[in-house]
Each structure stands twice: as C-alpha cells, then as structure tokens.
Design a protein. Structure first.
Length: 148
C-alpha cells in the first residue's frame, strides 16, 4: 500500500506528504518475470540497457538465503527525475512473493515480537525453498533483510 509508505516517509523526513510521495522510489513499479535459467543474463542485460539509456540505477539483490524476499529490485531515476522500480522474478519467486504478501504486511505492522518471529520464520522458510538462479549472487548490492 502506497499511502502508508508516503505517510511514513513524510514523518521520517519531516516534510508534507505531498512532497514525500516524490521520495518513495517504488510508488511506480513493475515486475519482470523470466526463467530461472535465463534470470541472471536477462536481469544484467536490462539493467545495462537502462544505464546506457541514461537512467540512474540502484540495484538491490535479495537472493541470499535467509531473506523472505527472493528477487532483484532496481530503483531507477530517469533524466527528468521520475523514479520507478523494476522487480525481477522467476515464476517460483513471484509465486512465493504473492503467497507471503499478507504475512509480510502483518509482520511489518505488528508490535508483537512473538508473532513477528513466527511470521518471519514462515516467510523465510518458503523463500529458502526457491531455486536460486545460476550466477545471481554475483550481481552487486547483495542484501539480506533481518528480523529486527
């Protein structure tokens, strides 16, 4: 949900929500799905093409085990300043992302440590079962989210 992200960004930045919306890099986003075998080559080629076209690119690679999200997210800024995000997935990573989405929202909004730990462990268990595309861990900005 976009509205809570904008509100949180406004509070964290001390700016009006109207300005905070421009700071949210994934307000406009799109998934791209490819096969596990071609995932690394396709992701690298698309990112390279966008860089060549003049987009500022920030890559976040979440394929390391132990993270509830398995994919590469690319935050892009056009030459005119428009921000958007591409999310690269395999069929399996997209299916798990969709399957755990409600649990992720509950995790994000809960203040109950026991519930958060249970949700986290369940999400990570499902994500760790996803086949990791060959060569993907070499893509820069390898990240792992943590429970805290």
């Amino acid at each position: 949900p976009l509205a809570p992200k904008i509100a949180a960004t406004a509070v964290a930045s001390g700016i009006p929500e109207a300005q905070a919306g421009a700071k949210v890099s994934d307000a406009l986003r799109s998934p791209m799905q490819t096969t596990t075998a071609s995932y690394t080559k396709t992701t690298t080629a698309v990112v390279t093409q966008l860089q060549s076209a003049g987009y500022k690119v920030r890559t976040k690679n979440y394929w390391k085990k132990g993270d509830p999200y398995q994919g590469v997210n690319v935050a892009l800024t056009s030459q005119s300043g428009q921000k958007f995000e591409l999310q690269f997935h395999t069929a399996q990573s997209m299916a798990v992302k969709n399957e755990i989405h409600l649990d992720y929202e509950r995790f994000r909004t809960s203040n109950d440590p026991s519930l958060r730990k249970t949700l986290w462990d369940d999400m990570v268990g499902k994500a760790d079962a996803i086949s990791v595309p060959p060569g993907i861990l070499a893509i820069p900005e390898l990240r792992v989210q943590t429970l805290d």
